[in-house]
Design a protein around this ligand. Structure first.
Ligand code: GLC
Length: 450
């Protein structure tokens, strides 16, 4: 059931075609009509799930992502294949100019090599896939090392908050302030990057708003390891280890038992507990005592991350934690499935299988009740934001994938602005009702005698 529904979501969101110059594309958009383009990390997650249904589409999704990149190894955060960035969203995109761009000029959490290896493992029908793009993959990770690690400490930097994919996470508030992703100042952030032609080294040298983000570097290290296995080139394993060591040496806070992102050239730790602080749990080299502290003091702590549904994106103890939906702001509390995808297997690896199963089981309930939504309220389990959201199907991968074809899809879901407005209104109404209800309950409690 869940598997069939996942297939329907991915197949319904699939877009393919060719451009005027003959370039072909095939990818899954995250959730039309809101997210109509190809997003880097979404595509990696989609491909990881597609490999269980139709490995050929998984391969095409990753090949398309590479095709959207430049010859020097840069791959955009978002690629506009079939559809230009619409008037409503174009100004929010970090492009070189307002019109005429094929993709953005900034990056997103780079897990392509990891996804490539996972897809290759299900590609017995096309064994050449594993090695067909090694040069391009090398170029990509070499570009990241060269352009995003100017201080050479092994940790790559992001220059815009949404480059991690954790757009509005409260951990970025102190750094980006009025230029945060959800505030009008974000336009200025984009504009000043445009003025420096998105030359990341120049931007990092000139402005101090850049971050060595823990979660980004965890995926980077996992991908460097995958690339080492794909190419047989040990240099990438050495690079991965260097990143992992830097995470422990520079980001680990022994006192708090968490990893912090480092901001600016002064490496200021951003002490807000978000799921990113727990992400190093997924590293193969994580020292056991650190892993146990992350798990016992945080991930399974009832006041921090042990919520009824999924894993909250922000510790419930943080003042910025918000369980529900917020117009224009995400990653400030709700549970996302990709978080569980990264952390639940790590939890099981350290012997907490029952807890890992509990978390995955809670996600099954979420999807059964509300479908594949963009994210969910970790306390009430309510489904929030976009519907038919692609990477929430990662739950299928977490459940072992299963084999063979799933039920045939219905008509592809294209959607319209009207549908989108309707869905946003439903979200707003739901949230407002919930809030009123909670207030009424609190008032009733106060009035109750005794
Ligand atoms: C939101 C998410 C981001 C994702 C994008 C497309 O902006 O924060 O991580 O890539 O949607 O799904």
């Amino acid at each position: 059931m869940l598997r069939d529904e996942a297939y329907r979501v991915l197949a319904g969101n699939w877009r393919e075609g060719s451009l005027a110059d003959g370039t072909t594309y095939g990818f899954t958009c995250p959730a039309p009509p809101r997210y109509r383009h190809q997003w880097y990390w979404d595509s990696c997650f989609h491909a990881i799930v597609w490999r269980h249904f139709e490995p050929a589409r998984a391969r095409e999704e990753l090949r398309t992502l590479l095709r959207g990149g430049r010859l020097d190894g840069f791959i955009p955060h978002t690629i506009f294949w079939h559809d230009n960035a619409g008037w409503r969203r174009a100004p929010f995109y970090a492009t070189h100019s307002l019109r005429g761009n094929r993709g953005t000029a900034h990056i997103q959490t780079p897990l392509l090599a990891l996804a490539w290896e996972l897809v290759a493992s299900r590609s017995s029908d096309d064994p050449g896939f594993r090695t067909e793009a090694l040069d391009a993959l090398r170029l990509h990770y070499d570009w990241l090392g060269r352009h995003r690690d100017p201080d050479g400490d092994g940790l790559i930097s992001i220059i815009h908050p949404d480059e991690s994919g954790l757009d509005d996470s409260p951990k970025y508030d102190a750094v980006f302030g009025w230029m945060s992703h959800y505030l009008p100042g974000y336009f200025w952030l984009v504009e000043r990057s445009r003025r420096l032609r998105y030359d990341s080294r120049a931007i990092i040298a000139r402005y101090d708003e850049h971050i060595e983000d823990v979660m980004v570097n965890v995926f980077y290290a996992l991908s460097l390891r995958a690339l080492a296995r794909l190419t047989g080139d040990d240099a990438y394993r050495v690079r991965a280890e260097r990143t992992e060591e830097a995470l422990v040496e520079l980001c680990w806070d022994e006192e708090r038992g968490l990893f912090w992102d480092l901001a600016g050239s002064g490496h200021m730790p951003l002490r807000v507990s978000t799921w990113s602080s727990l992400a190093p749990l997924a590293l193969p080299s994580i020292p056991e005592e650190i892993a146990r502290r992350l798990i016992e003091e945080h991930l399974l702590h009832p006041r921090r991350y042990r919520a009824p549904y999924g894993i909250p994106s922000v510790s419930m103890e943080e003042p910025s934690f918000q369980a529900g939906w917020h117009l224009f702001r995400c990653w400030r509390g709700p549970s996302w499935i990709n978080t569980v995808w990264l952390l639940a297997p790590a939890l099981a690896r350290f012997g907490y299988e029952t807890e890992a199963e509990r978390i995955v089981g809670s996600c099954v309930k979420l999807v059964e009740r509300h479908g594949f939504r963009e994210y969910y309220n970790p306390l009430s389990g309510e489904g929030l934001a976009a519907r038919r959201f692609g990477w929430s199907t990662l739950l299928v991968d977490l459940l072992g994938g299963g084999d063979g074809a799933a039920a045939a899809p219905g008509e592809p879901f294209v959607g319209s602005l009207r549908d989108e407005l309707r869905s946003i209104s439903a979200e707003v109404a739901g949230e407002t009702l919930g809030r009123l209800n909670r207030r009424a309950q609190a008032a009733a409690k106060r009035l109750r005698p005794g």
